[in-house]
Design a protein. Structure first.
Length: 429
């Protein structure tokens, strides 16, 4: 029963720490798959600050990075057209201060992580900003069979330059409040339910149509096998509201929607070294207007974790699911892809991580103006990262990463190539 609780609590701790690395590589995705043994959706992998039981742990970090194409522009001609010269690159410096808290009171477990980082750019100084992050979770228990989580997360930082390529400080604020609970009413059966409220907003007026709030409800039933495997079904409803209408062809379009999902999930302990994960089922999305943008179809994600030795971990994943365009547009895409990541504990102090992710985004099924979305938007994203993590002492860590990100349009010339190197050091007091 504690396995699910710890996984959920760890997810929200991860969400806070991911931001520590994002501005150093401005084109990386935000979230990792919660079940992955080695995160495959984050480049490079985050190192989660976890306080020791019943402790308060301050930490500080400093990072320097080089980005060959900070804004994700097609070429130097595109940069010249923006009036920024032909050089696409920039150096970034990042100073981080944070606090991790862990406190247990009887069966109740409280964790929190708060951090602030000052991010400075050498050339594009108009992008200088503060990253602010907060995650707090209460893992509550009522007796031996009922437990859950309640908490909040907050993050504010620069929007990644995956689909947004203007030299403007486009700060994005994300807020989430959640509560969930599960009841182990039989040694092999568990029911669970949860509520999530989230808000997303942007500083730039041009991005205000993407501001939205979402309310999500979920209920599920799990069968817990004696082997440690889990098989279940979950029902989820999401209501999304976009308060600022989008202007399309002189008309105001409200982009809210209702989305319903019924999915099966499997966490299968194939052996002591191999775990399989599956989440998939039917998704139905009804747009407020126009209805031609509605979606109905199968979404699925499968992953496998393999630990052949005590020093090597491997994770592979494949997915087919609808998704937003980096939260910058209400037009959804059908995403197909896969990822692979491997971690090698070379020695007691050195860990090596390699990652690759491939994603093809197809906008043809989405609708912007009452006609099929332009196929010119369809693209392929590839992300590769190599990371070395060195721990000179128990409190001090140094991380060196190299990344390569590319975007290629499938119907017309375009996209970008971005290479980066980042060096981070962090000390936990």
């Amino acid at each position: 029963m504690n396995r699910r609780t710890n996984r959920r609590a760890g997810f929200f701790q991860l969400s806070c720490k991911v931001i520590f690395l994002l501005p150093i590589c401005s084109g990386v995705p935000l979230l990792a798959v919660a079940n992955d043994l080695v995160p495959t959706d984050v480049m490079p992998p985050p190192d989660v600050i976890v306080a020791a039981p019943d402790s308060v742990k301050p930490y500080a970090g400093y990072g320097v990075s080089y980005d060959s194409n900070l804004l994700g522009l097609q070429n130097s001609a595109a940069a010249q057209a923006m009036g920024i010269g032909s050089d696409l690159s920039d150096y970034t410096r990042r100073a981080l201060f944070g606090l991790a808290i862990d406190k247990s009171i009887s069966q109740q477990h409280l964790t929190a992580n708060v951090s602030v980082a000052k991010v400075d750019y050498d050339r594009f100084q108009q992008l200088d900003h503060l990253d602010k992050n907060l995650a707090a979770n209460w893992n509550w228990h009522v007796g031996p069979h009922v437990e859950g989580n309640a908490g909040i997360t907050y993050s504010q930082g620069l929007t990644p330059f995956i689909d947004f390529h203007l030299l403007e400080k486009n700060l994005r604020t994300q807020e989430t409040a959640y509560v969930d609970g599960s009841w182990l009413f039989h040694p092999s059966w568990r029911v669970h339910a949860g509520l999530v409220h989230s808000k997303l907003s942007y500083d730039l007026d041009s991005q205000r149509p993407a501001d939205n709030s979402q309310n999500q409800t979920e209920v599920g039933l799990d069968y817990l096998a004696a082997t440690g495997s889990t098989v279940g079904v979950q029902l989820r409803h999401t209501r999304a509201d976009f308060p600022n209408p989008e202007q399309i062809a002189g008309s105001e379009v409200f982009n809210g929607y209702n989305q319903d999902e019924i999915k099966g999930k499997v966490d299968w302990m194939l052996s002591g070294k191999t775990k399989l994960h599956f989440l998939g089922g039917w998704v139905s999305r009804k747009q407020d207007a126009p209805s031609i943008r509605d979606f109905s179809g199968i979404n699925s994600r499968v992953a496998a974790d393999w630990s052949p030795t005590g020093k090597i971990d491997l994770t592979v994943a494949a997915f087919r699911e609808i998704g937003a365009v980096d939260d910058l547009s209400t037009v959804y895409s059908m995403n197909h892809g896969g990822s692979i990541a491997s971690a090698w504990q070379y020695s007691e102090k050195i860990r090596l991580v390699a990652q690759f992710k491939y994603q093809k985004r197809d906008f043809s099924q989405s609708i912007e103006t009452g006609t099929p979305g332009s196929p010119n938007q369809n693209d392929v994203l590839r992300n590769t990262a190599l990371t070395m993590i060195y721990n000179p002492t128990l409190h001090w860590q140094v991380q060196l990463s190299g990344i390569r990100s590319t975007r290629a349009l499938t119907s017309t010339p375009g996209g970008f190539v971005n290479n980066g190197v980042m060096l981070n050091t962090r000390y936990a007091f």
